[in-house]
Design a protein around this ligand. Structure first.
Ligand SMILES: O=P(O)(O)O[C@@H]1C[C@H](O)[C@@H](CO)O1
Ligand SMILES: O=c1cc[nH]c(=O)[nH]1
Length: 320
């Protein structure tokens, strides 16, 4: 593990990434310490060009989701919910110098887009984790808020993931490193999932459940859709696969949770995945929700996570 504090003010270390009660984000790369400068290329940030501890040292909650517009909307929503001064309308994209990802900071909350799929999520996470490490952030909770296809649950339900599983319903992420496959665990923080679930129970008419989330490499063939440009299996095979997924405990399908769970776990970040379901995949493949309903559904994870953050910050009376 690379060191995270200057030698002069390093507090006593009690285990691998805990310094007397504080849990620091850690990286597992012996080469990082020897680097004179670390350029976080896809975030347009760097250790020489930016004072990362000053910019990000107070971050306690990192919220990530696929779409840049959604993550900006979440940042504006948090600005309002935390009752920060000003309208928030002039909020700046910290990664404006690149169009790969967007990033907004609202008090102790960082809102970042990760694009679609495992590779895009992985690149963003490598640079985000190094950013939190360089900034000496501690006690950080990270949550993915997204959309998904449900299995056997009503559209609009919010699924809090207990374990992310792959297309074989296994709790693992297989990372190809050079010409090896390294298998990593995708267990998420159970206490955090419970805390989020308890929070959801305080919101009226808010269907929420805890279950496994299946993460695939593709939206169409990988999720058993019959409506892609390519389809080589029958309707019966599709339904059989999704029913087996349901029996294995899977309640929704998306495209980032396994790598997210695996990387956060390895780097000492308490992580959760909260996704709304847009359809029941046992019923259909196409997402044909009216726009206003789609927008309302996408706001559900945001509402839950905002209430969770306010509870954590002791602003319970401000729960929406
Ligand atoms: O966070 P989002 O809603 O982008 O996540 C899901 C999984 C894929 O990235 C995408 C597919 O539509 O939505
Ligand atoms: O069916 C769906 C809907 C959203 N996101 C997915 O990955 N799949």
């Amino acid at each position: 593990m690379a060191s995270i504090l200057p030698a002069s003010n390093k507090p006593m270390r009690s285990d691998q990434n805990t310094y007397v009660g504080k849990s620091f984000v850690h990286v597992k790369n012996p080469y990082l310490d020897a680097m004179d400068e670390d350029i976080l290329y896809h975030l347009d940030l760097g250790t020489k060009t930016h004072n990362l501890p000053a910019m990000f040292g107070d971050v306690k909650f990192v919220c990530v989701g696929g779409s840049p517009n959604r993550m900006k909307a979440f940042a504006l929503f948090m600005h309002q919910e935390l009752r920060l001064p000003g309208s928030g309308e002039d909020i700046e994209d910290i990664c404006a110098g690149t169009d790969r990802y967007c990033m907004y900071k609202v008090g102790p909350v960082l809102s970042i887009s990760h694009g679609m799929g495992i590779p895009s999520m992985s690149i963003m996470l490598h640079e985000l984790i190094k950013l939190l490490h360089h900034a000496q952030c501690c006690d950080v909770t990270i949550i993915r808020m997204g959309t998904s296809g449900g299995i056997g649950v009503a559209p609009g339900s919010v699924v809090i993931t207990d374990t992310a599983v792959d297309s074989f319903f296994k709790p693992r992420f297989e990372q190809v490193i050079l010409d090896n496959i390294v298998t990593r665990s995708t267990e998420l923080d159970k206490e955090l999932a419970e805390e989020l679930f308890n929070c959801s129970r305080e919101i009226p008419n808010f269907p929420t459940l805890i279950g496994h989330t299946m993460c695939t490499y593709d939206f169409y063939e990988g999720q058993g859709r019959l409506d892609g440009a390519l389809c080589s299996f029958s309707r019966e095979k599709k339904v059989d696969y999704l029913k087996r997924a349901y029996i294995a405990g899977v309640r929704n399908i998306e495209m980032e949770s396994t790598v997210f769970a695996a990387m956060c776990r390895l780097c000492g970040l308490k992580a959760a995945v909260v996704c709304v379901t847009l359809l029941d995949r046992l019923e259909c493949d196409q997402i044909n929700l009216p726009h206003d309903i789609l927008v309302e559904y996408q706001q559900r994870p945001q509402l839950l996570i905002s209430n969770f953050i306010k509870q954590r910050l002791g602003l319970c009376d401000q729960t929406s």
